[in-house]
Design a protein around this ligand. Structure first.
Ligand code: ZN
Ligand code: ZN
Length: 347
């Protein structure tokens, strides 16, 4: 089968690999129908994620059809259409029993990280019963690829940890797919203002269409002054970091009012500075989280009910044989005006 493998720092390639087989009785083999590329895959290619070995198949998002199940898989059978979660969970360990699936003792984020991922014709999914979701008949399956990672990540790490509330004020730093996922799911709670901050005017325009009340280009305006002017010089209740850089995290700590929350979403590769001399007295909360995907069933219901329409996140389409070109487009997102790319298996 074809699979997109990590070769070396800066290098991926589409190669032939054997079709995966069952290893444990709780595994399923899924024929991948559609997958996508995540910003995290770009971090891996840059060499930021040291655990990824050369030759590993990348990808932790997608939808597919069950090809084969182990003897102890009871919830899925051959032919079922499934949503693959970026988080694999055993459902039984201490962390899973708390709903913190991201830190499952035997799972967590392993697809395309510690084991072969979804950017291939087939993928082995461990703990299939608790790591896959049935796709309801009649759903736009392509749009559900956004539920593998970006929507639960924006919602859990940004909106829930940031405690967005009716009438509250929110700033989101970073208008890429994750920042936009936080923007759309924040609106479940009817905040009064959502201020999007980015350096790319196209992404800011998209953010306005998706419900941002204000957009600030940080290359053209002083963000702190602009946010203060919009919030009666108090700051926002919640600032979400959706980039993963020290400067954008530090900016978030400067945008919140006393009692506010900084909810980190971004993947960080470097230390950040905390200005404790200013922050110690401000009653603020800073949260971090790896997505647990515990809200995926709820988000799936909102998509099926058309309360949330992830179609607008998709800007480009490729075949699996063109995935190297898809990486170039996604890696050049600003010039290409790319958000999420869909990669379809031809079979
Ligand atoms: Zn991801
Ligand atoms: Zn577990």
């Amino acid at each position: 089968m074809k699979a997109l493998v990590y070769k070396n720092v800066g290098q991926v390639a589409l190669e032939e690999k054997p079709i995966p087989g069952l290893i444990a009785s709780t595994d399923a083999i899924v024929r991948v129908v559609k997958t996508t590329i995540c910003g995290t895959d770009l971090h891996i290619i840059k060499g930021d994620v040291k655990e990824v070995v050369h030759g590993l198949t990348l990808g932790h998002e997608g939808i597919g059809i069950i090809e084969e199940t182990g003897d102890n898989v009871t919830h899925f059978k051959k032919g079922d259409h499934v949503l693959i979660s970026c988080i694999t969970s055993c459902g039984k360990c201490e962390n899973c029993r708390k709903g913190m699936y991201s830190h499952c003792h035997e799972g967590g984020w392993i697809l395309g990280h510690l084991i072969d991922g979804t950017q291939a014709e087939y993928v082995r999914i461990p703990f299939a019963d608790t790591s896959l979701y049935h796709i309801p008949a009649g759903t736009n399956e392509e749009s559900l690829v956004m539920l593998s990672d970006i929507l639960p990540t924006g919602f859990e790490c940004g909106v829930l940890n940031g405690q967005v509330q009716p009438g509250s004020t929110v700033a989101i730093v970073g208008a890429g797919p994750i920042g936009l996922a936080a923007l759309t799911t924040a609106q479940f709670f009817s905040p009064a203002e959502i201020i999007m901050i980015d350096t790319d005017n196209h992404r800011l325009e998209v953010a306005k269409k998706m419900g941002a009340t204000h957009a600030i280009n940080s290359n053209q305006e002083n963000v702190i002054e602009a946010v203060m002017a919009l919030t009666e010089f108090e700051g926002v209740d919640t600032a979400m970091e959706a980039v993963g850089l020290p400067a954008t995290f530090e900016l978030c700590t400067r945008l919140i009012k006393p009692g506010g929350r900084v909810a980190n979403i971004g993947v960080h590769g470097k230390s950040v500075t905390l200005a404790m001399e200013d922050l110690w007295s401000q009653n603020i909360t800073i949260t971090t989280r790896l997505v647990d995907t515990c809200t995926t069933p709820m988000l799936l219901k909102t998509v099926v009910a058309k309360k949330l329409d992830p179609v607008s996140f998709i800007t480009h389409w490729f075949k699996l044989s063109e995935i190297e070109a898809a990486y170039k487009t996604f890696g050049n997102a600003a010039e290409e005006k790319a958000l999420k790319v869909i990669i379809t298996n031809e079979f």
